[in-house]
Design a binder for this molecule. Structure first.
Ligand code: SF4
Ligand code: SF4
Length: 546
C-alpha cells in the first residue's frame, strides 16, 4: 500500500527538539557480555509482582522460568543466563522513587546453557487460537517494551471489543533513544511477523505502522518486508515530540481520539511497540521468552554511544564499565530520555524489561537547577500541551494540594511528556508537581481502599456476632416452647412415650385413690352406730378443751 496516500492528522502542541540520535546509530547492535551477577526484580511490569518459583542454591538454565505470574495482570520472569540462585532479597531497581524490590540474584556460570524451549515447531501461528497465543505470550513474560510495562497478553484480550486496527508504534520520538530504530533496521522481519501474529490473535482487519519521517533506514527496512502485503500500511508521521505518545500516534494515523479515562480498544484500536512485536515473534515462533532487550547507551558520559542487546538483570554499572565510561566523569544518569526519563540513584540497579535507554551525562553538561519564579500566566505551557490540558491550572491546584479539584482538570490524562516544563519561562518544574499530585492521589485511594476493607471487615464481624446471638436466642425459645407442649404434642417420640406412660401411671393412681372407703354403703343400723360414735368423739373433744 502506498504510504504517501494516507492523510496524517496533526495533534495539538508538541515541540521540535534536537534528536541526538545519530551518535548511537552509527554502529550495529552489539551483544553485551554475560555479567557475573544478574539481578532480576519480581516487579518489572504493571500489575501483581511475579512469585519466585526457585530458592537459594538452585541451579538455573537460561530461559528457565524463575518466577510465575500472580494472576492475570502479571507475567513470568526468566533467568537470562545459566548459574546459581545466590539470594532472593530486596534490591534497588531503576525507578523514580528509588524503590527496593524483591529480586532473584543469580551468579552466572559463564556457559549460558539454555533450557529446551517449551513450544517449538509451531507450523504456523494461524494454527493457534487467540487464547493459546495470549497464554504463550504471558508465559514468555512479554510486557510493553516502549516503557509502559503493561503485560502484553492483556492487550490481546479483545473478546469484548472487535478490533478494527492494530497499530505498531515505530515513532520513538524522545531524543537520544534509538533502540527501536536499530531494531527496525536490523530485524524488520521479526517485527512484521510479530505484528501478523497479534493481528491473527486480535482478528484485526488491518495494520498500520507509524514511523517518524527522520528514520529513513528503518523505514526502508520495513518497507522491504511488507512490500507484498496490502493490509499493512507504513505511514510516516512528522518528527515532532511526542509523536510516539500512544494517543498522539493514534490521532495522527486515524484522526480518532481515544476517550479520556478510556482505552484505544474503546475505539477499536490496539497499539503495540515494535520491540513488543519482535518479542512476540520470538515467543510464538521460536519459544524464546523475554530475557534480553536492546538498550541505548548514550549521552556525553559514554565515550562511544551505542545500542546493545542486554540480558535483563545486568547491572547498569557493568554496562558503563563495558563502555569505558569513567565513573568520575559522570554527573548524572537518566533512565529513558531527557524528556520523560528519571534520575538513576544507584548504578547497581539492573536493566529491567522496560529500560530502553541509559543516558549518562558528563559533569560539564549537567544543567544546574534554577530557582523557579512565579507563574506569569503566559500560557505557553497550554500552547505546547499535546493533550490539550491547562498545565498552569494543574500547577496551581497541585501546589495548593487541591487534589479533588485537580482531577477536574484531567490530571490523569497528562502523559508527563515535559513539553510544558521546557517552555515555561518561569522554570517551574511542572511535571514534578503533576507526578507528586498523581502519586498522592493514588496513595490516598490505596489508603481509602484499605480503610474501606477494614470497615467492611468490622461490619461483617458485628453482623456475625449479632447473628450468633439471634440464633442462640431462637434455640433457647424453641427449647422452652417444646417443654411447654402437651405430651402428645411433644416433638421427640421417645419423650412422648415417656410422658404418655407417666400420664397412665397418674390416671391409675387417681383411680386407686377413688376406691370405696369402709364407711360407704352402710346399713341404717351401722350408720346409727357410726353417728353415735362421732357424737361421743365430739363430746370428749369439748371436755378436754374446756
Ligand atoms: S508557562 Fe509557566 S509561567 Fe507560563 S503560564 Fe505556564 S506555568 Fe505559568
Ligand atoms: S507534561 Fe502533561 S501537562 Fe505538560 S505538556 Fe505534557 S501532557 Fe501536557
Amino acid at each position: 500500500m502506498n504510504p504517501s496516500n494516507r492523510k496524517v492528522f496533526n495533534f495539538h502542541g508538541g515541540l521540535h527538539l534536537d534528536d541526538h540520535k545519530s551518535v548511537s546509530t552509527s554502529r550495529p547492535i552489539e551483544d553485551a557480555p554475560i555479567p557475573s551477577l544478574l539481578v532480576l526484580p519480581l516487579e518489572q511490569h504493571i500489575g501483581n509482582a511475579a512469585k519466585a518459583c526457585v530458592k537459594v542454591g538452585d541451579k538455573v538454565l537460561k530461559n528457565q522460568c524463575i518466577a510465575k505470574a500472580d494472576g492475570n495482570v502479571s507475567t513470568q520472569i526468566h533467568a537470562s543466563s545459566s548459574g546459581t540462585v545466590v539470594a532472593i532479597e530486596p534490591r534497588s531497581i531503576p525507578h523514580p522513587s528509588d524503590l527496593n524490590v524483591i529480586s532473584i540474584v543469580i551468579e552466572t556460570d559463564g556457559r549460558d546453557t539454555t533450557i529446551e524451549p517449551k513450544h517449538t515447531n509451531v507450523e504456523h501461528y494461524k494454527s493457534l487460537s487467540r487464547h493459546d497465543i495470549q497464554r504463550r505470550i504471558q508465559e514468555a513474560g512479554i510486557v510493553g517494551l516502549g516503557g509502559a510495562g503493561f503485560p502484553s497478553h492483556i492487550k490481546l484480550n479483545a473478546a469484548e471489543h472487535p478490533v478494527e486496527t492494530l497499530i505498531l508504534n515505530a515513532a520513538e520520538c524522545e531524543p537520544y533513544i534509538s533502540c527501536d530504530d536499530m531494531l527496525m533496521r536490523e530485524h524488520a522481519d521479526k517485527i512484521v511477523n510479530g505484528m501478523r501474529i497479534m493481528q491473527h490473535a486480535l482478528n484485526a482487519k488491518h495494520c498500520m505502522i507509524g514511523i517518524e519521517d527522520n528514520k529513513v533506514e528503518a523505514f526502508a527496512a520495513l518497507q522491504k518486508v511488507i512490500s507484498n502485503s496490502d493490509d499493512i500500511e507504513l505511514i510516516r508521521v512528522p518528527t515532532r515530540y511526542p509523536a510516539g505518545g500512544e494517543r498522539q500516534l493514534i490521532y495522527s494515523l486515524t484522526g480518532k481520539q481515544a476517550p479520556s479515562k478510556g482505552r484505544p480498544l474503546d475505539i477499536g484500536i490496539v497499539c503495540h511497540n515494535v520491540g513488543t512485536a519482535a518479542a512476540v515473534d520470538d515467543a510464538i515462533t521460536r519459544g524464546i521468552p523475554l530475557t534480553s532487550r536492546i538498550v541505548t547507551l548514550t549521552g556525553s558520559g559514554i565515550p562511544q554511544p551505542r545500542n546493545m542487546q542486554v540480558r535483563i538483570g545486568t547491572q547498569i554499572q557493568f554496562l558503563l564499565d563495558h563502555c569505558h565510561s569513567p565513573k568520575e566523569d559522570i554527573g548524572n544518569i537518566l533512565i529513558g530520555g531527557p524528556m520523560m526519563g528519571f534520575k538513576l540513584n544507584s548504578t547497581q540497579a539492573p536493566v529491567t524489561k522496560i529500560c530502553n535507554c541509559i543516558l549518562a551525562i558528563h559533569q560539564r553538561d549537567v544543567i544546574k537547577p534554577t530557582t523557579p519564579m512565579p507563574c506569569i500566566r503566559c500560557g505557553e505551557c497550554t500552547d505546547v500541551c499535546p493533550v490539550n490540558l491547562l498545565p498552569q491550572q494543574l500547577y496551581w491546584h497541585a501546589h495548593a494540594q487541591e487534589f479533588d479539584t485537580i482531577q477536574d482538570y484531567n490530571l490523569f490524562d497528562c502523559i508527563e511528556c515535559g513539553c510544558c516544563d521546557v517552555v515555561c519561562p518561569s522554570r517551574i518544574p511542572l511535571v514534578q508537581y503533576f507526578r507528586f499530585a498523581k502519586t498522592t492521589i493514588w496513595q490516598q485511594e490505596r489508603d481509602k481502599e484499605k480503610s474501606d476493607k477494614a470497615r467492611q471487615r468490622h461490619e461483617l464481624r458485628l453482623e456475625r456476632l449479632e447473628r450468633e446471638k439471634r440464633e442462640k436466642r431462637e434455640r433457647h425459645n424453641r427449647k422452652k416452647a417444646a417443654l411447654k407442649k402437651k405430651p402428645d404434642q411433644a416433638d421427640d417420640p421417645k419423650k412422648a412415650a415417656i410422658l404418655a406412660a407417666m400420664k397412665r401411671v397418674k390416671e391409675k393412681k387417681s383411680a386407686t385413690d377413688t376406691n370405696p372407703a369402709n364407711t360407704d354403703n352402710l346399713t341404717p343400723e351401722q350408720q346409727a352406730k357410726v353417728d353415735e360414735a362421732d357424737a361421743r368423739r365430739k363430746d370428749h373433744k369439748k371436755d378436754t378443751t374446756s
